[in-house]
Design a protein around this ligand. Sequence first.
Ligand code: MN
Length: 243
Amino acid sequence: MHPDDPTEVPVPAAVPPVHSPPMVPVLGADRPFPVRRVLCIGRNYAAHAREMGDDGREPPFFFAKSADAVAVMPAQGGTWAMPPRSADVHHEVEHVVALGAGGSDLSPADALACVCAEGVGLDMTRRDVQAGAKASGRPWTTAKDFDGSAILGPLAAIHPGVGVRASGPITLSRDGVEVQSGDLSQRIWSVPELLAEVSTWMALRPGDLLFTGTPAGVGPVAPGQTLTGRIAGLPPLHVTLTA
Ligand code: MN
């Protein structure tokens, strides 16, 4: 036995029973959404991206958060505790889509038809840790995939004939001051394009969430602050930060 190990043999923990995924309320549906996996896209908003057309577009890149990283906020708002081991935790407000179906090598149209709900999310990020990971070429896991790092408000079911939002304002207010703002139409890669691309790397499945990128204005948060994320026509996301 290693000298630093306990000298008394502990009673081992029991193998756990099946555990349940996070469940997210869905307005307009008869049951909540069970989270299977959380996929996120890196930088996806750029000034004048529309005018640039397809030329020069880098292929989208993705990272993931664990389903257990999802923190569901009730409609009236909830609290969120600051994570340890970071002095620079940032907010990233994002349009999130939820999949009720999946598949591989999907066309954009078929991928879009997999979306059953959408909502406002926050891709919380240990920016200092991420900067270190980028500099050293190491993974982003501890920067992006920590407990509670995928904050979600209530989702809204997709209405047949209306579909997933492709345009409309997206904003984030910190203590009542708007710090992030953009329009969903400014995304470099659209929701159907993103889902189709992901489906060439891995099979999409019911229960998957996609965070579709954040507009300009990301910044640090501190205990005591309140965050409100809004996308026109969707339930807002209210969060109060605690130590
Ligand atoms: Mn993000």
